[in-house]
Design a protein around this ligand. Sequence first.
Ligand code: GTP
Ligand code: MG
Length: 196
Amino acid sequence: MIRKAQFVVSNTDPTKCPKPDRAEIAFIGRSNVGKSSLINMLTGVKELAKTSQKPGKTQLVNHFMIDDRWYLVDLPGYGFAKVSKDRKEKWEQMISEYLTSRENLCGVFVLIDSRLEPQTIDLEFLNWCGEEDVPFVVAFTKADKQSKSQTDKNVRAFLNKLEDIFGDIPDYFVTSAEKHAGKDQVLSFISELVSE
Ligand code: GTP
Ligand code: MG
């Protein structure tokens, strides 16, 4: 369980992130996939990370301090169709710089919408993470939005694609911010990562 969660700072420039003196866990995924909602669910603070029905709400690298012990980072989403080419390139530059140079980063949760069939943009992003040695795991979101069998089907299809790419299946979690599903599993995984 998380006892204390505090907002620290928002940045567009990854070099201005807080001093890397603690373990750090980041959350990323397609715009509107439910990153901020999952963060609020995990921390138990309803409006810690701003959520929105409109994609593209989170536009900065947002650091939160958890239990005075580790940093949690909410990142802006990728794949939002309505952004300009210029903004998209800026996003790619900021995120790739952050993910490849942040020395205290020990885990990145890549969020995947459990309602959808495998999306090329997610697979491409995960492929890039693999190439760059970004330490990622997968969290499927919004599992409450459809039947369990439909969720299982979409999750399985996605995992099959990952197996094709990587030769094995990475760690993954099935979550619902609405129903608090997957909370204990994700938190105990994080707790192990940050105490290594
Ligand atoms: P950006 O910051 O815009 O990239 O979006 P985000 O990935 O942070 O998504 P956000 O948490 O803002 O959620 C987007 C929408 O999905 C909101 O309307 C949420 O209420 C809804 N949502 C997120 N998670 C869940 C979930 O587990 N179940 C249900 N039913 N809705 C969810
Ligand atoms: Mg967000």
